[in-house]
Design a protein around this ligand. Structure first.
Ligand SMILES: Cc1cc2nc3c(=O)[nH]c(=O)nc-3n(C[C@H](O)[C@H](O)[C@H](O)COP(=O)(O)O)c2cc1C
Length: 170
């Protein structure tokens, strides 16, 4: 079973969760940024897991990314803006008609614990529009502050979820 865990991440929290999910799925899984996850890489995968941070109560768009550098004094490091937002990446996914067979997918987000809104609803809608069926309920992983770090135990929970996804796909 081949799997791709594709992520958008500007301060590394979502990337770290994506790598832990891929580890949990097993050696056939790769964690790739939205810049690295090409159409060809995704077309070969039986399972696609897609994750992004919640920014401004929602799945960010390119305009939100453009604004991320606006508060540099509060951020511990400049945002990594080297890859497109998940919203744009999903919009460019080939539709269901382009897939040879229905594929499975799942969504996750990183966020602080008390926020309104979320990112996984928009990710799941886009995955559905591209012809994917749901492999699992969406997962949320929690950070301690606006820029991280991840709450203790979240990487382990991500590995565990990856292992469960692999089991579901058997
Ligand atoms: C500008 C900004 C806006 C944010 N807005 C929200 C929000 O609305 N809801 C939330 O739960 N977390 C919010 N967060 C926290 C991020 O979702 C969290 O730090 C996330 O893990 C960042 O992921 P990344 O390190 O992969 O970029 C915000 C963080 C920043 C910097």
């Amino acid at each position: 079973m081949k799997a791709i865990v594709v992520y958008e991440s500007h301060w590394g929290n979502t990337a770290a969760i994506a790598r832990a999910i891929a580890e949990g799925i097993g050696p056939q899984a790769k964690a790739l940024s939205t810049a690295e996850a090409t159409t060809a890489a995704v077309a070969n995968a039986d399972l696609l897991v897609a994750g992004a941070p919640v920014l401004g109560f929602r799945l960010p768009d390119e305009k939100a990314l453009a604004n991320l550098g606006a508060h540099p004094s509060r951020a511990p490091a400049p945002p990594d803006l080297s890859h497109p937002c998940m919203r744009s990446w999903l919009a460019a996914l080939p539709g269901g008609h382009a897939q040879r067979a229905p594929k499975q997918a799942a969504a996750f987000e990183t966020r602080i614990w008390w926020s309104l809104g979320g990112a996984t609803g928009a990710i799941e809608r886009a995955l559905g529009a591209a012809g994917y069926t749901s492999a699992a309920k969406a997962h949320r992983f929690i950070v301690k502050g606006a820029y991280g770090p991840l709450r203790d135990g979240e990487l382990e929970r991500a590995r565990q979820w990856g292992a469960e996804l692999a089991e579901t796909m058997r």
